[in-house]
Each structure stands twice: as C-alpha cells, then as structure tokens.
Design a protein around this ligand. Structure first.
Ligand code: AFP
Length: 367
C-alpha cells in the first residue's frame, strides 16, 4: 500500500533508539534483545497465518505419540515451532544468560558456542494455542529480567531460582497478538506502546503510543463454567455484574470470554474491562490456571504501566515472590477501579446472601 511510503510513524527500532538516548550508559544489548524478540514474533506470525496451508494446525506428535508439556497440556505443532523460533532468534547474540519457557521443564542454557549476556527471558511462545485450530487470535508473551549478578560475573549455567524475581523487577514485558493485524505491545517501564506489523515493510510501526486503560468499565471476562469453584468474593463480584441495573452496581455489564489471554488483555488495554482467572477450588494442586512468570507478571506489568491494575485478588501481582518456574496463580487485571473493588471484596467479610437468580439454589451457576 502507498500508505506505507507516506507514513512518518516511528519503527520499533527508532522507538528503542530514542528510549536508549535517555540512558547514555546503555550498551545496546537490551535493544538488540527486544529486536530479536520482535523478529521471533514476526516469524511466529507468519507460521500462524499460513495455518493448515503449511500443515501447521493440530497436535505435535513425538515418537511416543501426542506430546505433552510440563503443565500436562497437549502441545500443538505451533507451540513447539514457536518455542523453537523464540530460542533460535534470541540465543545467539550474547544478550542472554538463560531462558525459560512454558514449553520447557527446566531453564534453557545458552549453548557453549555463543557468548552469555546479562538478561534472562521468560516466555509463553504461543498463548491460547488451543484456539489455533478454530482460527481465533493467539499471542506470544515475554518478560525480560536482569540475571543475578553472580550469573553475569561467572557466566555459570542458570537454575530455576535465578528466575524467581517478583514482577516489579521486570526490565521489560510485552506480547505479540496474532489477530486481524499482528501487533507488538511493549513496556520498558515508561508506559505502554503498541506497534502494528506493516506487512509490506516487515516492520513494527508505532501505532498506539502511550496506551491507557480507562479506570472504569462495564465489561468483565471470566470462564463462568468454573462458577461452582469460585471463592465468595469472586461470586459476589460476578453476581453484582450480572444483576446489572437492578443490583448493587446500578449499571448493566457485558461479558466476554475468548480463552486466549493475550486477546483479552489487548481488548482491555484498548477499551477497558476486567479479566479474572481467580484462584478457585477446582483442583487443590493448582492455585489458579495461569502461570506467574510468563503470563501474570508480563501482562501485569503492561496493565500497571497503562494505568490499570494487576492483582492476585488479594495482593498486587507485581509483589508476589515466585517459588517455582511454572507456578500457577489467581489473576485479576484491568480497569483500576474494578480490580480494586475485587480486592476490597477479598478483604471484606464473606457475604453469604447472593441475590441474583443465576446464583440462587439450583440456578445456572450453582451446584
Ligand atoms: P492454552 O494456551 O492452553 O490455550 O491456554 C490459554 C490460557 O492459558 C489463557 O490464554 C486463557 O485465558 C486460559 O488459558 C483459558 O482457560 P480455560 O480454557 O479454562 O477457559
């Protein structure tokens, strides 16, 4: 399109160079890493777009049958390919001390033929991948941390504990959304910027500078099939949303559930809303569905940097001290006033009286 030629928008490279000018002592390693991540996302976007034309839908098969990741989830062909793309694009340049991914049980060591650097990256290479075969938007999520000083000084192999840093310590976080357009949404701790992939130039162009989430919303997202496992504060919040104008909130709400968190996060970033995958009682071995290090922390940082809020329901997500690489956690994020309300409901005494007929005895959302 001639539009491309006329455009005076910043490219991602230009944006990063301009950011770097604010840190005259920066070596450029960080920018190089982000650009490698961006290139990985472009590669994944292409693979996702070709879909079945390139034989890319369906489950990944190993020699022993369908392959399963450390979470016990069946891996899609694109999960495995996206993980590979992330590793190959970022391992070589000497910017990373190690990496960890949803798709790998243990941290990945930078191979001996490459120099090691001062950053760690944690990623979910293809979040929402169970939606691939039905052609719904999916995404990649990443979090960049500084490696512990002794890792940088010694160049030793990384271990799980090197990644156990609270979200507040993230140097940068972002996601790529593979939807009608491919977007890269990035924070380096100075706000949130959205870049759209120009398919003609193959460049991410700054199209959504300094994104801000409205503080209030009338839209919520939750998987209501889990209603019987929710804790009382979540039941209360959803009950009030469902009661709409006739209930305590005095306004009607709309509900969405894509089951692809990147797509939900992006919707919320664009027009507000609240997302909940709270801790529940479904499986006592899993305190929540989503993963702390490569889902909740990066998306949480983006939300907070855009003026929203990210929480476990009880405490700010950015303050949680991780204790394992693939740790799961309850996650509530989005419009600030709504998330604060949900946190308040967690602090207030349990309300036993739920008045909405949907939650009454023998109703739609009850046992
Ligand atoms: P997949 O990557 O296995 O599709 O999981 C996606 C996800 O982690 C997140 O993106 C969704 O919000 C959530 O799971 C959906 O979970 P439910 O299937 O329980 O609704």
């Amino acid at each position: 399109m001639p539009l491309t030629i006329r455009s005076n928008r910043s490219t991602l490279t230009q944006f990063l160079i301009e950011e770097r000018r604010r840190h005259p002592s920066a070596s450029g390693d960080f920018n190089a890493l982000v650009l490698d991540v961006a290139l990985a996302c472009k590669g994944i976007a292409k693979a996702v777009a070709y879909g079945e034309l390139a034989g890319m839908t369906g489950n990944h098969a190993s020699e022993s049958g369908a392959s399963v990741n450390v979470q016990g989830e069946t891996q899609k062909k694109l999960d495995v390919l996206s993980n590979e793309v992330f590793m190959r694009r970022t391992e070589w340049a000497g910017n990373l001390a190690g990496m960890a991914s949803e798709e790998m049980d243990s941290p990945y060591q930078i191979p001996a033929q490459f120099p090691r650097g001062k950053y760690l990256i944690v990623f979910d290479p293809l979040d929402g991948s169970s939606n691939i075969d039905v052609n719904v938007s999916v995404g990649s999520i990443f979090s960049i941390l500084r490696a512990p000083q002794d890792v940088i000084d010694s160049g030793r192999d990384v271990v799980d504990a090197d990644f156990f840093q609270p979200g507040a310590k993230q140097m940068a976080a972002g996601y790529a959304l593979y939807g009608p357009t491919t977007m890269l949404v990035l924070t380096v701790g100075t706000g949130v910027n959205g870049f759209t992939l120009d398919p003609t130039l193959g460049e991410f162009m700054l199209t959504h500078p300094m994104m801000q989430i409205p503080a209030d919303t009338q839209e919520f997202a939750i998987n209501a099939s889990n209603a019987r496992f929710w804790e009382a504060p979540v039941k209360r919040y959803v009950d009030e949303c469902l009661a709409g104008k006739t209930g305590a909130r005095g306004k009607d709400f709309n509900m969405r559930w894509i089951a692809s968190m990147v797509a939900e996060a992006h919707r919320i970033l664009m027009r507000g809303g609240v997302f909940m995958y709270p801790r529940d009682t479904k499986d006592p071995s899993k305190p929540g569905r989503l993963r702390l290090l490569y889902e909740a922390n990066p998306v949480g940082m983006i939300m907070e940097q855009a003026g929203g809020r990210a929480s476990t329901g009880e405490m700010p997500m950015m303050n949680v001290q991780p204790t394992s690489l693939h740790q799961r956690i309850g996650f509530v994020f989005g419009s600030k006033n709504e998330v604060e309300r949900i946190e308040r409901y967690h602090r207030e005494p349990v309300q036993v009286e739920l008045t909405n007929p949907l939650f009454a005895e023998r109703s739609l959302f009850r046992d």
